[in-house]
Structures are given as C-alpha cells and as structure tokens.
Design a protein around this ligand. Structure first.
Ligand SMILES: [Zn+2]
Ligand SMILES: [Zn+2]
Length: 179
C-alpha cells in the first residue's frame, strides 16, 4: 500500500478542536486526541497502553460472543487498534459493541456511516470536552468511517478534520519512520 500522508490544512491549525492537540512528528503534524470521555465523564485515555508513543483510547468491546478491551490509536485518522482478546468473528464487517471500561455505559448509537461503501447503521459515540462535542466512529471493524461534531468550530473545518484518514499499513509505515 502506498504511503499517503494527509497534510493538515494550514488554517486548520488555528482551529484545533477541544480535546485535541497538534503533534509534530518529523516533517508532519498530526491531530492527537488529548481528552475523550464516556457519557458519564470517565476519561477513556489510558497511559498504560501506548500506541505510536501516545496514550491510547480504551474501550470495553464485544465482538460476536467474545469480550475484552480494545485500545485505539489517539492519532486522529489512524485506525490502529490493539485487542486484549482474539475475536472469533474477525471479519471486516464484524461490529464492535463498545462500552465504558469504568461504568459499563453503552457507547453505541444508531447512525448511518458516512463512508460511501459502508451501509452500517451501528456507530460508536465518544464525548469531547464541551457539552455537545462528539466523535462518531463506525462500529464495523474494517471501516475507516469517523466524524467529529464540534459546536464552536465552523462547519468547513469540522469537515476537513473528519476527512483526515491514515490507512492501515501506510499509517504504520508513516509512523514507523517517525518513531
Ligand atoms: Zn463511564
Ligand atoms: Zn462504516
């Protein structure tokens, strides 16, 4: 897979959304999640498991009949994940049912995925600082669908942020060079 770096638009750097910060790695800048919560305010970032050198987002997860925790890369647009278990149903279409590892609150929502070739209606919602700021992620394991909703940032910026994507192996190559 060819390395594809999505440069963060210059004007976006002045509009870093709540819960994110800019991280310089080599010649590139990335948006990194700094604070993200369950609906009851539990911080889902954990220091103990790091991905690409940063705290990861820990979610309790059920995939089919298997349950455990997953750790998700805090680099926005990267889809790297670590699993504490080996799901039996590990197809790209498998749905991750996510909940808060602290209080068990469901993080699931009904929301059609934004990706053109994905018809999933199952989404995962995570909360950023501020009452109405959220991250929406497609619940299908193999789908890169993700979207942010930020009240105080103009719509065009929010769309730009939502469009940032680093895919699979290319992301690993990219980060591999930088770490
Ligand atoms: Zn919680
Ligand atoms: Zn999707």
């Amino acid at each position: 897979m060819k390395l594809k770096v999505t440069e963060i638009p210059q004007n976006l750097k002045k509009m870093v959304p709540p819960g994110f910060r800019l991280e310089q790695r080599g010649a590139h800048e990335f948006l990194v999640i700094e604070s993200i919560y369950c609906p009851h305010g539990h911080n889902l970032l954990v220091e103990s498991v790091r991905i690409h050198g940063k705290p990861s987002v820990m979610l309790k997860a059920r995939i089919g009949n298997d349950e455990g925790v997953i750790f998700v890369d805090a680099f926005w647009g990267s889809h790297a994940k670590l699993f504490s278990f080996v799901p039996t149903d590990f197809t790209a279409d498998a749905i991750v049912e996510a909940s808060c590892p602290v209080c068990g609150a469901s993080l699931m929502e009904r929301r059609p995925c934004d990706e053109e070739d994905c018809d999933s209606l199952d989404g995962i919602v995570l909360f950023l600082p501020g009452n109405a700021n959220k991250v929406h992620v497609c619940a299908r394991i193999g789908c890169p669908g993700h979207h942010i909703e930020i009240i105080d940032v103009p719509h065009e910026y929010v769309e730009m942020i939502s469009d940032i994507n680093y895919f699979g192996e290319s992301a690993d190559e990219m980060f591999g060079d930088l770490l």
